[in-house]
Ligand binder design. Structure first.
Ligand SMILES: Nc1ncnc2c1ncn2[C@@H]1O[C@H](COP(=O)(O)OP(=O)(O)OP(=O)(O)O)[C@@H](O)[C@H]1O
Length: 259
C-alpha cells in the first residue's frame, strides 16, 4: 500500500484558468479518502494529477513518496489505476478485452508474458459480476454494466492505489453499495470523488472538501460534513443526524431560503 499526496499543488489550464489552487492533501496507505465538492470545484482536475493527465504548474504530486515527474508511464500505471468519469468507449472490444487492457502495464515485451494476468482478469470480472457478459460486445452493455467493466479494468491492473471519479454514476442502489463496500475493503489506497455525501460519509475514512479549486476541509466525515459547511460549500440546508447503531450519518437536504 502506498501514499498519494499533493504538496502545495496548483494547476492552470492552457488559457490560464486556475483549476487547482495551492492544495496539499495526503491519502495514507490503505486509506479510502473521499473527495466531495460542487460541480466545477476541481475534483476531476485534482484526480487527473494522479493519473498523469494534468501536470502541476506549482507544487508536487507524490506517489509512494516519489515525485510523479520521475516515474515512467508504465511505472506510474503499476502504482495507480484510474477510473475516469468519462472514458472513450472502446466499442469494438468485448467486455473481457476491455478488462484485459488493465494488464498493459504488466506485459513484458512484445511476446506478452504476463504471469498471473488471466487470473487477475477473471477475478476482476467476478468481483464486478461481469462473468456472464464477458464475451459480449462492450458497446452492447447498459450504462451501469459499462461502468462496472471500466472498474473491473482498473481492478485487473492490480495497482497499489486506485483513483475513481464518480464511480457510482449509472449504478443501481445495490451496485452502488456493493461497489463502495468493495472499495473500502480493498487493500489499496483509494481516492474517490463522490457527489453523494451520505455514501461518502459511510464508506470513506476521511473526506476532503474542495471548492473553487481549493481544499476547504479534510478529516473524518462527522467533523467535515457539518450543517454550516454544507451550507457554505453547497449552498443547501442540511439536517444531519448520526443513526444508531454505528453512528452512520443521515443527511436530509433542503434548499436554502433567503432570510
Ligand atoms: N482544460 C480546461 N480549461 C479551462 N477550464 C477547465 C478545463 N478543465 C476544467 N476546467 C474548469 O475547471 C473547473 C473544475 O472542473 P472539474 O471538472 O475539475 O470539476 P469537478 O469538481 O470534477 O466538477 P463535476 O462535479 O461537475 O464533475 C470547471 O469550472 C471547469 O469548467
Amino acid at each position: 500500500m502506498i501514499a498519494l499526496a499533493l504538496d502545495a499543488v496548483g494547476v492552470r489550464a492552457r488559457d490560464g484558468t486556475r483549476l487547482i489552487n495551492g492544495v496539499s492533501l495526503a491519502a495514507t496507505p490503505g486509506e479510502t479518502l473521499g473527495l466531495v465538492g460542487p460541480n466545477g470545484a476541481g475534483k476531476s482536475s485534482l484526480l487527473r494529477l494522479f493519473y498523469g493527465v494534468h501536470r502541476p504548474t506549482a507544487g508536487r504530486v507524490l506517489i509512494d513518496g516519489r515525485d510523479a515527474r520521475t516515474l515512467s508511464a508504465t511505472h506510474r500505471a503499476r502504482l495507480v489505476a484510474a477510473v475516469p468519469q468519462e472514458t472513450p468507449a472502446p466499442f469494438n472490444l468485448t467486455v473481457r478485452e476491455v478488462v484485459e487492457a488493465g494488464r498493459t502495464p504488466h506485459a513484458r515485451g512484445l511476446l506478452g508474458g504476463d504471469a498471473g494476468g488471466r487470473a487477475a482478469v477473471d477475478a476482476a470480472l467476478i468481483r464486478m459480476s461481469l462473468t456472464a457478459v464477458a464475451g459480449r460486445a462492450f458497446a452492447a452493455l447498459s450504462g451501469g454494466e459499462r461502468k462496472r467493466a471500466l472498474i473491473a479494468r482498473a481492478l485487473s491492473q492490480e495497482a497499489r492505489a486506485l483513483v475513481l471519479d464518480e464511480p457510482v454514476n449509472h449504478l443501481d442502489i445495490r451496485q452502488q453499495l456493493a461497489l463502495m463496500a468493495l472499495i473500502r475493503d480493498l487493500a489499496v489506497t483509494t481516492i474517490v470523488a463522490l457527489h453523494d455525501l451520505e455514501l461518502a460519509a459511510r464508506y470513506c475514512d476521511r473526506i476532503a472538501v474542495l471548492a473553487h479549486g481549493r481544499l476547504v476541509a479534510c478529516g473524518p466525515p462527522e467533523t467535515v460534513l457539518t450543517q454550516a459547511r454544507i451550507a457554505e460549500v453547497f449552498g443547501v440546508g442540511a439536517e444531519i443526524r448520526a443513526a444508531p447503531p454505528c453512528g452512520r450519518l443521515r443527511i436530509a437536504f433542503d434548499p436554502l431560503t433567503a432570510a
